[in-house]
Design a protein around this ligand. Structure first.
Ligand SMILES: Cc1ncc(COP(=O)(O)O)c(C=O)c1O
Length: 418
């Protein structure tokens, strides 16, 4: 029995999908203690958009440590935070015409979601939040209350919170007028559902199985929120930072949410950091009202600033478009012909291969086969039926094609077990 099984809690999760002991990593490669090389199509669940130990970022982190830069400062003002905020405002917010204020939250994504929900309720004086079927927003109680997975929601016990789920346009709701439905709920004084403070969504439901919302649907949702005075919260935690081909995933619809949650790749180097961006009119927390010890991860500020510089200097978003074309072509020409019951979908560098119409369990067979053949890849969606290739945005084309070839072999292998 390993020390992990002996000492670590049963709650451990990803190590069960990838049962080995990792030691070092570079770019899109992870190396185990015994020297095996794995290609990474998992990307720390979206926390490593710029690859492992990206030298552009890590050199700056190492230099900062060597100069004895402060590592912990609560939310005091520091030079590292100053540089991050300046770059974030100049390179991300200002060019998009956004004057959102930046709130540093407790170090993981779920805490930004908690802050967003808390703030929406505070500024509107309303309790209800609308979330969507298929949503994932984190595992702390507030975030879990807007997460749709029924199994994970069991731990909410009595604390269901005032959350109502609306249908996301997918599956049997794909041809249903979901915006019209929400409008009817809001107009009907006997709907039994109170007008919400906010609607929270992911423009691409990532854990939900890579479900990409249509830009027109996003615009209609924005318009509905404006019409009814409801705040729109966009959770960019997994699909922000260039993952979909634009810095923010909502840019493809030309909308600007009232609040935006960010985490995962915003620190660039896989370091914990989490942000809530809010329209200035919503900046209503009193000092310390959403306090937390670890809201000032200085190493993350250094790496996060470097990541924004790196993105600009390397024209990373153009690279994403190029690699998106490679993945799309692979999905359409190599995967879809394997079985007419497979479906594929995605945008930028987040994709899904859906096995549900054959047998949802095949996604597990395929992901395990990938692991055997040296590739890390996760599953997502209802019953985990979706294989989810999500490589780093920086992955070299050769590694991308090599990984995709492993995926194809694994899908073929899984189909043989059907
Ligand atoms: C869209 C989205 N929101 C929130 C979270 C929660 O972030 P964290 O796990 O850092 O708390 C995740 C994590 O996967 C996520 O994908």
């Amino acid at each position: 029995m390993s020390i992990f099984e002996e000492v670590e809690s049963e709650v451990r999760s990803y190590c069960r999908s990838f049962p080995t002991v990792f030691d070092t990593a570079e770019g899109s490669h992870l190396y185990t203690k015994d020297g095996r090389d794995y290609l990474d199509f998992f990307d720390g669940a979206g926390a490593l958009n710029y690859g492992h130990n990206n030298p552009y970022l890590m050199d700056k982190v190492v230099a900062y440590i060597q100069k004895k830069g402060i590592t912990h400062a609560l939310d005091m003002s520091t030079a590292a935070k100053e540089e991050f905020l300046t770059t974030f405002r100049n390179e991300i917010l200002a060019p998009r015409g956004m004057d959102h204020k930046v709130m540093f939250c407790g170090s993981t994504g779920t805490n930004a979601v908690e802050a967003a929900l808390k703030l929406a309720r505070k500024v509107t004086g309303r309790d209800t939040i609308f979330a969507f079927s298929g949503a994932f927003h984190g595992m702390s109680m507030g975030s879990l209350s807007v997460t749709s997975g029924n199994d994970t929601r069991e731990s909410l016990r009595g604390s269901q919170h005032a959350v109502v789920f609306m249908p996301f346009p997918y599956g049997f709701n794909a041809s249903f007028d979901t915006i019209g439905y929400i409008r009817n709920v809001l107009n009907d004084d006997h709907s039994g559902i109170a007008k919400p403070a906010a609607i929270i969504l992911e423009t691409v439901q990532a854990e939900g199985g890579v479900i990409v919302a249509d830009p027109q649907w996003l615009r209609d949702l924005r318009a509905l929120c404006d019409e009814y005075g409801i705040l729109l919260i966009c959770d960019e935690i997994q699909v922000g930072c260039g993952r979909t081909g634009t810095f923010f995933s909502f840019e493809r619809a030309g909308i600007i949410p009232d609040m935006i949650t960010m985490s995962k790749s915003i620190s660039g180097a896989g370091l914990p950091m989490s942000l809530l961006l809010m329209h200035p009119s919503l900046d209503k927390f009193t000092p310390g009202e959403h306090n937390g010890t670890f809201r000032g991860n200085q190493l993350a500020f250094v790496a996060g600033k470097a990541a924004l510089d790196f993105m600009k200097e390397t024209d990373l978003l153009a690279q994403v478009k190029k690699k998106e074309a490679i993945i799309r072509e692979f999905m359409e020409n190599e995967i879809l012909p394997l079985d007419s019951r497979l479906s594929v979908r995605g945008i930028g560098m987040i994709w899904g291969i859906e096995f549900e119409k054959i047998d949802y369990k095949l996604s597990k067979v395929a992901s395990m086969r990938c692991f055997e053949n040296g590739l890390l890849i996760e599953r997502a969606g209802r019953r985990d039926s979706v294989l989810k290739p999500m490589p780093a945005l920086t992955i070299p084309e050769e590694d991308l094609r090599k990984g995709l070839a492993i995926v194809k072999e694994a899908v073929e292998y899984a189909l043989k077990q059907a």
